[in-house]
Design a protein around this ligand. Structure first.
Ligand code: FES
Length: 97
């Protein structure tokens, strides 16, 4: 059975749709798709890798990591270095800042 896919977009522009490998972080998937995604701590602290979840479901972000707060989460913010999709999802590479 095929795994979930991530549809990456930049605002309203579709960038790429890619199937997710087992246990791959969103950051790893994005890089495999050829997207140039900045990261720093890769541990959920700095917020550098933040994107916005448009639709779908992401795990790995509870308890709330230091790089997120409730307001950001309410706007759909996810940290891609520690987050993993649980189902096919659509993600905007522009964070909600
Ligand atoms: S790279 Fe620092 S929070 Fe993801």
């Amino acid at each position: 059975m095929p795994g979930p896919v991530i549809r990456f977009r930049r605002s309203s522009l579709h960038l790429v749709t890619i199937e997710v490998h087992d246990d791959e972080t969103i950051l790893e998937t994005a890089r495999r798709a050829g997207l140039n995604v900045p990261s720093n701590c890769t541990s959920g602290t700095c917020g550098t890798c933040m994107m916005r979840l448009v639709s779908g479901c992401v795990s790995g972000l509870t308890p709330l990591p230091p790089g997120l707060d409730d307001d950001l989460v309410a706007e759909g913010a996810i940290l891609t270095c520690i987050g993993r999709v649980e189902e096919s999802s659509e993600i905007d590479v522009i964070p909600p800042l």
